[in-house]
Ligand binder design. Structure first.
Ligand code: NAD
Length: 495
């Protein structure tokens, strides 16, 4: 049966109980006090989160270590782990609408996008790694014939996953699914403003048969709970998605503690490059608006720097502005809303600060630039286009992670490439051109993990997401992700 607005409204009225930590298969209160969870939709209190103290985190990592060492999961046959992860994927599907609505209530993503990107994608991710794990083989090295050298991969041990608030279930699943599939134990630390759907996922994991202690969740402030987790000597690998500032701290914590491996998926300032010979400039203009404004710009791969060839700049910006004005922010729980809420007041104020700096530095606001729907008490912002942005401007260099697009003209291909690479980030890019040769030159030239051609933002679980430069290291998604959660092991056998 098709999902109706009434179904969503009913779920959205449910009272959310005070949330607890999951440690060693038991739900319990943290000793770090409680923090309020505010709704980005209306600014009201939704519920409370329990904050895990350093002592709680130590218990969670110790439980994960015990579970790993006794082999209740790590030494289960891959086919056994596969069956449990399939059950979890089925449970996510069965509770998909409930999970999506719960996630939107604390993170503010428009529900039309959350339904696809959150439970839909998470279930697919668990299935993908459940299926992968009994199909990946080891190797025999081509040594001299009097030796047999076997090479295989084994789980690392305890994985700590720290995740952000923009797509908690999708990004959480990108880490939890391959970590569990390969036999590790996991301690997850969700973001303070997007923990609810991941806590519900943890309930479903227990129901699916993930043994106690194998998957633990500790909520709380980054500087307390996250820091204790990152400093733990019981954690072997840290997988992180979030800001560069936190990524830097994690590397320091690793150096101060046990040199745990750190994989960082960080921010972006991705160039979307439009040449005058693009096959369909009107389609490119609509796509450029969607590339930055969906989920109120809170997308790591958002096309936040638009580079447009000067000969079509004014016409293109006019079409872009027309497409953008149709993307009005609204209640993210309404099925027809295309731009939801900004996640928090802090984030909203940061976005407006970027706009103020951009105009001070000489940029011109074409549309937007202001807070929207303030009377609701929620955190909304009009999609904002700023033209005349130059490489030395703050809006060109720093990630906003909000609905603010910087537009810069270029004369020719050489300048386009120079401008595209004039960034500390290297996560994603887009190129619009009818020339196959130019598209290939740009793909080779742009230093980013992905380059989209004549589209922006397409992806699925079979394709890695990885950053270059200060956008991070290692890959989420695809079979490449398995490398992060396993160690190479060789057996050298004298025959
Ligand atoms: P953030 O770095 O503020 O927080 C991310 C997580 O780190 C949260 O769980 C937070 O509690 C925790 N944290 C904060 N300080 C910590 C500390 N000192 N020690 C340990 N943990 C700590 O990032 P955010 O604002 O939640 O997320 C937005 C950022 O994430 C943006 O930069 C965005 O581009 C990036 N992002 C990247 C990708 C990607 O795949 N590359 C995907 C989504 C988001």
């Amino acid at each position: 049966m098709a999902l109706t607005q009434a179904d969503i409204d009913t779920l959205a009225k449910a009272t959310i109980p005070a949330q607890k930590l999951l440690i060693d298969g038991t739900w319990r209160e943290g000793r770090g006090g409680e923090t309020e969870v505010l709704s980005p939709i209306n600014g009201r209190i939704l519920t409370t989160l329990s904050a895990a103290s350093a002592a709680d985190v130590a218990e969670a990592t110790a439980a994960a270590r015990r579970a790993f060492e006794d082999g209740r999961w790590s030494r289960m046959a891959p086919a056994g782990r596969k069956a449990v992860l399939h059950r979890l994927a089925d449970l996510i599907d069965r509770h998909a609408t409930e999970l999506a609505v719960l996630g939107v209530r604390d993170n503010g993503t428009e529900i039309s996008m959350a339904l696809k990107a959150e439970p839909g994608s998470a279930a697919g991710t668990f299935r993908y790694y459940a299926e992968a794990i009994d199909k990946v083989y080891g190797e025999i090295a081509p040594t001299a014939l009097n030796v047999l050298a076997l090479i295989h991969r084994e789980p690392v041990g305890v994985v700590a996953a720290i995740v952000p608030w923009n797509f908690p279930l999708m990004i959480g699943a990108w880490k939890i699914a391959p970590a569990l599939a390969t036999g590790n134990s996991v301690v997850l630390k969700p973001a303070e403003t997007a923990s609810l759907s991941l806590l519900r996922l943890a309930e479903l994991a227990l129901e699916a048969g993930v043994p106690p202690g194998v998957f633990n969740v500790v909520t709380g402030p980054g500087r307390v709970t996250g820091e204790a987790l990152a400093l733990s000597h019981d954690v072997d690998v840290m997988v992180f998605t979030g800001s560069g500032a936190t990524g830097r701290r994690l590397l320091q914590y690793s150096a101060q503690s046990n040199l745990k491996r750190c994989y960082l998926e960080l921010g972006g300032k991705s160039p979307n490059v439009v040449f005058a010979d693009a096959p369909d400039l009107s389609a490119a203009a609509k796509a450029a608006a969607n590339a930055i404004f969906r989920n109120a710009g809170q997308v790591c791969v958002a096309g936040s720097r638009l580079l447009v060839q000067a000969s079509v700049h004014d016409q293109f910006v006019a079409e872009l502005a027309a497409a953008t004005r149709k993307l009005t922010p609204g209640n993210p729980l309404h099925l027809d809303t295309q731009v939801g809420a900004v996640n928090s007041l802090t984030q909203l104020e940061g976005n407006l600060g970027f706009v103020a700096d951009a105009t001070r530095e000489g940029g011109e606001i074409v549309t937007g630039g202001t807070r929207a729907l303030e009377e609701t008490g929620g955190y909304y912002m009009d999609p904002t286009i700023v033209t005349g942005v130059r490489p030395e401007h703050r809006l060109y260099r720093e990630e906003v992670f909000g609905p603010v697009l910087a537009v810069t003209p270029f004369e020719d291909e050489a300048e386009a490439l120079r401008l595209a690479n004039a960034s500390d980030f290297g996560l994603a890019a887009g190129v619009w051109t009818a020339s196959l040769s130019r598209a290939h030159r740009m793909i080779r030239g742009i230093r980013s993990g992905v380059v989209h051609v004549n589209t922006y933002g397409g992806s699925d679980i079979t394709v890695p997401l990885s950053g270059m430069k200060q956008s991070g290291n290692g890959a989420d998604k695809s079979l490449h992700a398995l490398e992060k959660y396993t160690e190479l092991k060789t057996a050298w056998i004298q025959l």
